[in-house]
Design a protein around this ligand. Sequence first.
Ligand code: OFO
Length: 159
Amino acid sequence: MKILDALNEQANFELESAYIYLGMSGYLADQDMNGMKHFMDMQAKEELEHAGKMIHFLQEVGYSVKYRSLNPGEADYSSILDVFEKAYAHEKVVTSNINKLVDLAREEDDKRVQSLLKWYVDEQVEEESNFASLITQLGRAGENWGALYQLDHAMGHRG
Ligand code: OFO
């Protein structure tokens, strides 16, 4: 049942993701990019939901969920682009973790976990694509504050 311990760790990592994204949201607030800050707050909220789905599953199968202390990630960022590049890199780590969990669930022939993880595999495609696209758009905007504020405005509409 190593897979359930590994899933417990991933639930903690999802909580840690929320914590890291809240730190990024703080940096964006300091830059007065309120739409981007909103986008990152929504991202943090999604991470709590990702953790919640795993925790709910673990509790349903009778596993006692354990919580560890969370690493807040970087305290400072060098630019707006740096924030989104680090978020993208973080999502790649999440994807790699999910893929390892899938392998372990297969090894242990745990069909319940394999079924649960399908949702996360699909979700990661979307998460990586969102950040990759934002990095492209930020790169195009460069130092053009008009373009940056347009992007900021659009990102403020994330539901
Ligand atoms: Fe849950 O890691 Fe992002 O999506």
